[in-house]
Every structure is written in structure tokens, then in C-alpha cells.
Design a binder for this molecule. Structure first.
Ligand SMILES: Cc1cc2nc3c(=O)[nH]c(=O)nc-3n(C[C@H](O)[C@H](O)[C@H](O)COP(=O)(O)O)c2cc1C
Length: 202
């Protein structure tokens, strides 16, 4: 499998207070061949450079939205990024074919536990159900939506070892995406990419 150009777009409005995402982002930055961009650092005033973001997308094959789960979705700047960058005529609609064939996935930390994201839990819906707006956005753009990388219970991760383990898993998944080992064929049936790295051959 040919090497895939992976782009991690990171969105956290209070990165100085983050424990888990900050560590995950550092892990992403350490993976050779993976491009990383901290959106809140790049656009603190929300003035997104649409053309340069679109050009960046064209240079990559796999797009990762890395963010904490905020109100069952992403922080505001990543929504703004989608609203502006995924333009009609570029990402969808008439002649809007530029993202076709690329892959999209979310890399998320949640406050809630894995058990909470189920009919029997207090968030009722599963992560995959809650992420359907991202999945359908990918579909509309002709992109392949891959299962998310999810770190549950991030606010209770008091042990550094747990955070380090999550960061290590993230780096391995990103390297697998880069090397074409994590694809819809190998990982499409998983609820989340980091449920069982061995099963993914990582
Ligand atoms: C505004 C806001 C909304 C949040 N919404 C959710 C949510 O919908 N579901 C959830 O599980 N956690 C939610 N949380 C908890 C965050 O996801 C959690 O604090 C974060 O993933 C921890 O990662 P960090 O250490 O990188 O900040 C929310 C937190 C904030 C501040």
C-alpha cells in the first residue's frame, strides 16, 4: 500500500488546561510524515484562511479532526472551519469533487465513560451515532469516513501512565494510517480504532 499523507487538524480552545489532548497532539507531532496544525493557535480570532486550508487539504489523503468532545460535537473553531472550508464547488455540489477518495476520521477525548455512550448509559447514544454529522459530511464530499480514535473518561485520567498509553496508541494509529495499514477494509467494522490495536495489526 502506498504511503498516505496524513493531516491532523487539532482544535482545543484551552490547550493550556488540556491534559489529554495536549499529550495526544504532541504524539501526533512526533510521527514522521504526519502534518499537524493547531487551529486555535493558527486562528485565535477565527479568521480562517479558506484558500490556504483548501490547498492544505488537497496535499493530504487522510484528514484527522482531533478535538475534545464538546456538547457531543467539536469545539466551535472546528465547526467554523467546516462551514467555511468545505465550500460548495470545492467539497460538494456542482464540480465540488476535490476531496473525493480522501479519508476522514475524528480523534476525540470524552469526559464520559465508554459505558455512558450506550442505550443503557446516560448519554443514550453511541459515539458512532453522535458522530453521524461528521460521517455524513464525509459522505457528501465523497470521502471515506473511518471509525474514530476515542479516549473515553479523559477527565478522570489521573494517572500519567494512562495518558501516555493513549498517546502511544494514537501515534501507532497515525503511523498505521500513514502506511496504509488502517483503512476501511482493515478497520471499517471497528467501533473505535483504538479498541484493539493488535486486531488492527498495529
Ligand atoms: C464546553 C464543554 C463541553 C463538553 N461536552 C462534553 C460532552 O458532550 N461529552 C463528554 O463526554 N464530555 C464533554 N466535555 C468534557 C470534555 O470532553 C473533556 O474535558 C475533555 O475531553 C478532556 O480532554 P483535555 O484534557 O484534552 O481537555 C465537555 C467539556 C466542556 C468544557
Amino acid at each position: 500500500m502506498q504511503s498516505q499523507r496524513v493531516l491532523v487538524l487539532f482544535a482545543h480552545p484551552a490547550v493550556q488546561k488540556s491534559r489529554v489532548n495536549r499529550r495526544l497532539f504532541a504524539a501526533a507531532q512526533s510521527v514522521p510524515g504526519v502534518t499537524t496544525l493547531d487551529l486555535y493557535q493558527e486562528y485565535p480570532d477565527f479568521q480562517i484562511d479558506v484558500r490556504s486550508e483548501q490547498a492544505r487539504l488537497l496535499e493530504h489523503d487522510v484528514i484527522v479532526f482531533q478535538h475534545p468532545f464538546y456538547w457531543y460535537s467539536s469545539p466551535a473553531l472546528l465547526k467554523e472551519w467546516q462551514d467555511l472550508v468545505l465550500e460548495y464547488g470545492f467539497a460538494y455540489g456542482r464540480n465540488g469533487t476535490r476531496l473525493r477518495g480522501k479519508a476522514l476520521l475524528n480523534a476525540i477525548t470524552t469526559g464520559g465513560s465508554e459505558e455512558a455512550y450506550a442505550r443503557t448509559g446516560h448519554n443514550y447514544f453511541t459515539m458512532r451515532e453522535l458522530l453521524t454529522p461528521f460521517e455524513q459530511t464525509a459522505r457528501l464530499c465523497g470521502m471515506v469516513y473511518l471509525p474514530p480514535f476515542v479516549v473515553h473518561g479523559a477527565i478522570r485520567m489521573t494517572h500519567t501512565a494512562e495518558v501516555e498509553r493513549a498517546a502511544d496508541d494514537y501515534a501507532r494509529v497515525l503511523a498505521g494510517l500513514r502506511d496504509g495499514r488502517v483503512t476501511t477494509e482493515t478497520a471499517g467494522s471497528f467501533d473505535r480504532l483504538n479498541a484493539d490495536l493488535t486486531a488492527l495489526g498495529l
